[in-house]
Design a protein around this ligand. Structure first.
Ligand code: NAI
Length: 699
């Protein structure tokens, strides 16, 4: 039983106890209803208090039950709330720490509510592409008013209990306790004080109304539409809250349920629920148990104060961890520090960072030209030039100098981490920490596990990632790791599309309409086309038979590296980032087609999207089969958090699953007929072919 029952004099206390957040799983629901029955039939009990053990009142649905038959098994949450409403003895919710989703809905079903200050109150269902499904949209407006309730439901964001308690006319909390520690005592006293009150108050009997209903809901709908394209749930939140003002309570409940059930079946909600689970799954490494001992990381060294080194440093400063940053020359250090300052100052200007916080962070930063100043760091991250020779020197130096047990990390984006580890006599301490640019902003961190990286090192860096608020995904060692290895195939397809008849702007527009933050050509201009050029040079030495469109090389030969040179696939006006179609590039592409003897054809947006996305999917299937990624959902996390893949589609793997792998393979077979593609490109990866044939999915 995950709810405890205990009688304190004449008051029964039901304590939900299902760590970590007292999720309302089946056993907890049974426990609550049994507690209510017991209290009902005990003549000595005059009132009931419901509360939560540990760190929450209740966080809502039990995520362990998602998608299982237990999720809706009776007593479901609606039945539990009915049982509370129908109790002949008053039921008081004693709310503390966290009351979210179903947890808040449960409290709203109680006759009275007392809250401790500091509790996070929310209905976050919208973040999973849903609306609250156990009366939240009908009851919250009745206690907080339509506007506050709708704001909370549409945003899903938590609000502190003491703030809500201050709202004029609010009926969410009947009482505020002095502190979380005194909550139970105060709840018992309060329950005694209302033991004889009759009739028992019910939120359902309160009115839900807005003085200018029509105008307000019209306005709310317009706001929400603008903010939530591609996602149906936010607008449905407005509909449901509006129904609380128009329908009788029970009819509103029926409406809420109907909307909730329909949203459950939408691909968008599936995607958001998938990502919610994927994020939790990614933090677990199958063969590294959660209780693996970790190394303590109190200080960090960063080598190289360039584009990446600066951003990486900021992550640690933000988390209150001191950093010493090393460069070869004072000018490079000065430049790096100036960039860090500039970034922080712009946050201060925008009001996102307080001046004193900024100063505290800068006070954690030391600079040096001397390796000796790094020797006591617990973790050192190298972000120097992407050349094996340079990395070798750095790691040999670190090996000779760092204290035993220090973790030596490389931010390399393509080089072999095993080889880097071999430059040291402590390969167990070496790991890849592949940040994404801008490193202080992007959520993704690929943690590259070398063949000999220690399990304790893996456990440590995963928890460091959490501290610096990154989404860490583990990748095995291969060229490009998970993300860049897949993007190589995507870029190759983008190039072939140009050769066959598309323009950069058509390709970008099509994939941006699909939902990508940025198409491949705008992306190239932002990141710098010279980076890809250098990588292609290396790869075409390693893989001389690999086919790719030469257009990108020709662009670089013209010096068009992108925004930084004022021109790339597009033209740019000084100081602006708007991509303007470039006549010169179009002519270059046309001439290139002529050279190849290709008659251009009109390519549909649908074909563009499929070729780009399925090229990702096929490479991902190889990555999964080789064990470079542990799960399909890890690959989805990489693409959502690092590559601007549309999150309402849940990542390339979930998208492929929803299209159907059979259909994906059929499309790939059609593409094999394209003149520019080597037929091999579209040969389905063995795993993809097998799953498609068996009617299975990646996830
Ligand atoms: P960058 O050229 O902006 O910065 C490199 C810095 O390292 C320079 O300031 C240079 O003076 C310094 N440096 C070079 N050799 C050094 C040495 N021996 N000791 C100390 N400092 C040294 O390069 P960026 O873009 O920051 O890249 C650094 C690393 O991060 C590379 O391995 C790159 O592949 C990787 N990376 C880059 C990403 C990007 O988008 N720029 C994304 C992810 C990884």
């Amino acid at each position: 039983m995950t709810a405890e029952y205990k009688v304190h004099g004449d008051v029964a206390v039901i304590t939900m106890n299902n760590p970590p957040v007292n999720g309302l799983g089946y056993a907890t629901r049974v426990g609550i209803t049994q507690g209510l029955e017991q209290a009902g039939s005990d003549p000595a009990v005059k009132a009931v208090v419901i509360t939560g053990a540990g760190k929450a009142f209740s966080g809502g649905a039990d995520i362990k039950e998602f998608g299982t038959s237990k999720a809706g098994a009776e007593p479901n949450l609606l039945s539990v709330i009915s049982a509370i409403e129908n109790s002949t003895k008053p039921v008081v919710a004693a709310v503390h720490s966290v009351a979210m989703g179903g947890g808040l809905e449960l409290a709203l079903g109680c006759h009275y509510r007392i809250a401790a200050p500091g509790a996070n109150i929310a209905l976050p269902e919208v973040k999973l592409g849903l609306i609250p499904g156990a009366g939240g949209t009908q009851r919250l407006p009745r206690v907080l008013g339509v506007e506050v309730a709708l704001n909370m439901i549409v945003s899903g964001e938590p609000v502190k209990s003491e703030m809500l308690a201050q709202l004029p006319g609010q009926k969410l909390f009947d009482r505020m306790a002095a502190s979380p520690e005194s909550l139970l005592e105060e709840a018992l006293a309060y329950a005694r004080s209302v033991a004889d009150a009759r009739p028992l108050p019910l939120v359902r009997n309160l009115p839900s109304k807005h003085p200018m209903g029509d105008a307000y809901f019209q306005f709310a709908r317009n706001m929400v539409k603008g903010m939530s394209k591609n996602l149906p749930a936010p607008e449905k939140c407005v509909d449901a809250v509006e129904s609380s003002t128009r329908k009788k309570f029970d009819d509103g409940m029926v409406y809420e349920r109907e909307v909730f059930t329909n949203l459950m079946l939408t691909p968008e909600s599936r995607a958001l629920r998938h990502l919610f689970m994927a994020e939790r799954a990614a933090s677990k490494i199958p063969d590294v148990p959660e209780d693996t001992p970790q190394r303590e990381i109190k200080t960090v060294g960063v080598i190289g104060a360039g584009t990446m080194g600066g951003g990486i440093t900021m992550n640690f400063l933000n988390a209150g961890i001191p950093v010493t940053i090393l460069e070869m020359k004072q000018e490079a250090l000065d430049r790096g520090i100036a960039t860090i300052r500039k970034n922080y100052e712009s946050q201060v200007k925008k009001g996102k960072l307080k001046q004193d916080k900024y100063e505290q962070r800068m006070a954690l930063l030391k600079t040096t030209l001397d390796y000796a100043d790094l020797k006591d760091a617990d973790l050192v991250i190298e972000a120097v030039f992407e050349e094996m020779g340079v990395k070798q020197k750095v790691f040999e130096t670190l090996d000779g100098l760092m204290k035993p047990g220090a973790i030596l990390a490389s931010n390399t984006s393509t080089l072999d981490v095993n080889k880097i580890a071999s430059f040291t006599k402590r390969p167990q301490d070496v790991v890849g920490l592949h940040f994404f640019s801008p490193a202080n902003v992007m959520k993704l961190l690929e943690v590259v596990r070398g063949a000999r990286t220690g399990k304790d090192v893996m456990a440590t860096v995963m928890s460091v990632a959490k501290k610096i608020k990154k989404t860490a995904v583990v990748s095995g060692v291969c060229d490009g790791f998970i993300g860049n290895r897949m993007i190589e195939q995507y870029s190759r397809q983008a190039g072939f599309l140009l050769d066959e008849g598309a323009t950069p702007q058509q390709v970008d527009r099509a994939i941006e309409k699909f939902g990508f933050a940025m198409g491949p050509f705008r992306m190239g201009d932002l990141a710098g086309n010279d980076i890809g050029w250098a990588i292609r040079k290396r790869r075409s030495q390693e893989r001389p038979n690999m086919m790719y469109s030469r257009t990108a090389d020709k662009l670089c030969e013209l010096g068009r590296f992108g925004q930084k040179t004022g021109a790339g696939w597009y033209d740019y006006q000084e100081g602006k980032r708007d991509a303007i179609p470039a006549k010169l590039v179009e002519d270059m592409i046309v001439a290139h087609r002529k050279e190849l003897g290709i008659e251009p054809r009109k390519i549909s947006d649908e074909e563009i999207v499929q070729r780009l996305v399925f090229s990702l999917v096929n490479e991902a299937a190889h990555i999964l089969e080789e064990g470079i990624a542990a799960r399909a959902s890890d690959i989805d996390m990489v693409y959502i958090t690092g590559y601007g893949f549309p999150f309402h589609r849940g990542g390339p793997m979930l998208y492929a699953d929803q299209v159907g792998l059979f259909n994906v393979v059929q499309a790939m077979k059609r593409f094999q007929r394209n003149p520019r593609d080597d037929a091999k490109f579209w040969e389905p990866a063995p795993l993809l072919a097998r799953l498609a044939a068996e009617g299975k999915t990646f996830n």
